[in-house]
Design a protein. Structure first.
Length: 152
């Protein structure tokens, strides 16, 4: 397993996971749709938009796995989606500057990505101890799905 730490500033409660050179944009009418809001994840061809609890800070880790692991039931919210890496480069970018925070060379194939959100209830205003674990493994393409919904 490869692990990459995430600790960067962003805006608008979101950041992006994408393959390098994707042409999908976040302003498409169906990108941040009601289903994406419910999932806390927007999904387009080669571009995932991750919703976070704090306005400006992303703290977490990205793990490259050899296979799917068991779901961590202690997470507040878990969502899965797929991404096809046509370029062989995965990038993590902030919002709105769209600055690359992490670049990882990977095989040109399809990956399943699981995003587990923790400590969502710790957020007051724009500050909190929210934390995100992103797990990736090679897998066939499947539609986004919520594996564990955030308690209301």
């Amino acid at each position: 397993m490869e692990v990459y730490l995430l600790n960067f500033s962003t805006e608008y409660y979101q950041f992006y996971i994408l393959y390098s050179k994707t042409t999908v944009t976040t302003d498409a009418d169906d990108y941040w749709c009601p289903d994406a809001d419910k999932r806390r994840l927007a999904s387009g061809e080669g571009l995932l938009g991750v919703t976070i609890a704090t306005y400006g800070n992303v703290k977490g880790e990205l793990q490259i796995l050899t296979q799917k692991t068991e779901l961590d039931k202690s997470a507040d919210h878990v969502v899965e989606a797929s991404i096809r890496l046509s370029s062989g480069l995965l990038e993590v970018k902030n919002c709105t500057g769209y600055e690359t925070q992490l670049t990882i060379p990977l095989s040109k194939t399809t990956y399943r990505i699981r995003i587990s959100s923790y400590n969502l209830g710790s957020v007051e205003g724009d500050e909190g101890n929210d934390f995100y674990t992103i797990e990736m493994w090679k897998n066939r393409y499947a539609k986004p799905q919520i594996s564990k919904a955030m308690a209301k």
